[in-house]
Design a protein around this ligand. Structure first.
Ligand code: BG6
Length: 491
């Protein structure tokens, strides 16, 4: 509100995430008048930089997705005037005390309750040091202090629990905002609206009518430049344990008591804790190989200088998961995630059961699967929700085809969809925790994946190689077939 001021400090201000996502998100919020009236932004990093240099750096990365509108340039100047820089080490209480002094100058000018938000955009091995210094030396004196974290939150159950324990020496759980940026995506947030405010979906949302659910993530580029980070984690930790599993939880949870953050997260935790341990045979791993096509050469994963030549780290994985509860008993939830594939997409595909005694489909045998209804929620790109139905081809004969009831966002809504980070940063400022990961959720997510990750690593499972730009390992199809599933995104 009007009686408070907020200082937002981006720790790791010269990094990629800060430049590509955080500053642009803050600017978009400012442009839309969503930030509190009294706010100040500080960049904090090791390199020496003046305020002017920071502003110059930031101005070059502000994409201004609203640049079609008139006063964008003017707004940008006003925004940049609110940005400052402080150079310091991430483990120096002294440097954070200096930052505290600078923050106070702004707060005293505003003369109000002063809240502080720290956004840690730094590697995980320095999370705890930075939190220790920030909380001891640069906490708010009379308002709240909150810290936003980005994954990785550990790399298995033990390391994640250890990280949580260390952070809790300096912060209360309600000060910790763990981001999973997929939760900030428009169509992921819409999942609950789709389910709980439309009569025609929720009653079908169970084993009774749903045959299988597919969660698909693919990127048409490799780990370029991020090999060092990636090799320590792999695609299962990078995408499945968090982004896809979060979508699964929202998709499959029971109706929450209310839209309150705790009520929603309680339901998500229940789903995660109802999941059957993942069997190693229900996971397929792959890694992309370089090749040359049409004179153009594509690098393999291990061609990256920061990746060991003999790395077995998966850049692709497919897995079959099950939720052992009354609603979902026996329904396969198939996940597929990969880098360097033929396209970029993230989507949820829901395949419904066959129509019993279908009048129109009595002799078609193998085509029966293809004729079932399928609901597709395309998270990106080109956001859409569409439902595949069987329809009579107009004319005198009786021939059916498959058509789509199609809600294409760009055709329906004129306004551009905000970036996930805009929503998440705004929620953190407003103290809305619905889209952040609670520690028990995080524990449950690691409990599910840790045993199978350990097994894959101990057995040194050799990934199935696939060419850069292909559709990924054929093993994903065998895995699906074993559960009577056909991937919906193929063919
Ligand atoms: C990140 C992963 O969490 O998500 C990256 O670490 C991945 O490997 C990215 O590229 C994908 O996010 P988006 O929003 O571009 O789909």
């Amino acid at each position: 509100g009007d009686d408070s001021t907020v200082c937002i400090t981006i720790v790791g201000a010269s990094g990629d995430l800060a430049k590509k996502k955080i500053f642009p998100a803050l600017f978009a919020l400012y442009y839309e008048d969503c930030l509190p009236e009294h706010f100040t932004i500080f960049g904090y990093a090791r390199s020496k930089m003046t305020d002017a240099e920071l502003r110059d750096m930031v101005s070059r990365t502000l994409t201004c997705r609203i640049d079609k509108r008139e006063n964008c340039g003017e707004k940008m100047d006003q925004f940049l005037k609110r940005c400052f820089y402080h150079s310091g080490n991430y483990d120096s209480e002294e440097n954070f005390t200096q930052l505290d002094g600078k923050l106070k100058e702004h707060e005293i000018l505003a003369g109000r309750i002063s809240n502080r938000l720290f956004y840690l955009s730094i590697p995980p091995n320095i999370f705890v040091d930075a939190v220790k210094c920030a909380s001891r030396s640069a906490s708010s004196a009379n308002g709240w202090t909150r810290v936003i974290f980005e994954k990785p939150f550990g790399r298995d159950s033990d390391s994640s629990a250890a990280l949580t324990r260390s952070l809790k020496q300096y912060l209360e759980e309600d000060q910790i905002f763990r981001i999973d940026h997929y939760l900030g995506k428009e169509l992921v947030e819409n999942l609950s609206v789709l389910r709980f405010s439309n009569l025609i979906f929720e009653p079908l949302w169970s084993r009774k009518y749903i045959r299988n659910v597919q969660l698909i993530f693919s990127e048409d580029f490799g780990t370029e430049g991020r090999g060092g980070y990636f090799d320590h984690y792999g695609i299962i930790r990078d995408i499945m344990q968090n982004h896809l599993l979060q979508i699964l939880a929202l998709f499959a949870m029971e109706t929450p008591v209310s839209l309150d953050a705790e009520d929603i997260r309680n339901e998500k935790v229940k789903v995660l804790r109802s999941m059957r341990p993942i069997h190693v045979d229900d996971v397929v791993v792959g890694q992309y190989k370089g090749h040359t096509r049409g004179g153009q050469s594509y690098p393999g994963y291990t061609d990256d200088k920061t990746v060991p030549e003999d790395s077995l780290t998966p850049t692709f994985a497919a897995a079959a998961l099950f939720i052992d509860n009354a609603r979902w008993d026996g329904v396969p939830f198939l996940m597929k995630a990969g880098k360097a594939l033929h396209d970029r997409r993230a989507e949820i595909r829901v395949q419904f059961r066959h129509v019993p005694g279908n009048l129109y489909n009595r002799n078609s045998g193998t085509d029966a699967d293809r004729a079932t209804n399928e609901l597709v929620i395309r998270v990106q790109p080109d956001e859409a929700i569409y439902l595949k139905i069987n329809n009579k081809v107009p004319g005198l004969g009786m021939r059916l085809d498959r058509s789509n009831l199609n809600l294409l966002y760009k055709a329906r809504y004129a306004k551009e969809i905000p970036d996930a980070y805009e929503r998440l940063v705004l929620d953190a400022i407003e103290g809305e925790r619905r889209l952040f990961i609670r520690s028990d959720e995080l524990d449950a997510a690691w409990s599910l994946f840790t045993p199978v990750l350990k097994e894959i690593e101990e057995k040194k499972v050799i990934p199935e190689y696939y060419p850069y730009g292909s559709r990924g390992p054929v093993g994903a199809h065998y895995l699906a077939a074993r559960h009577n599933v056909k991937w919906g995104d193929v063919g």
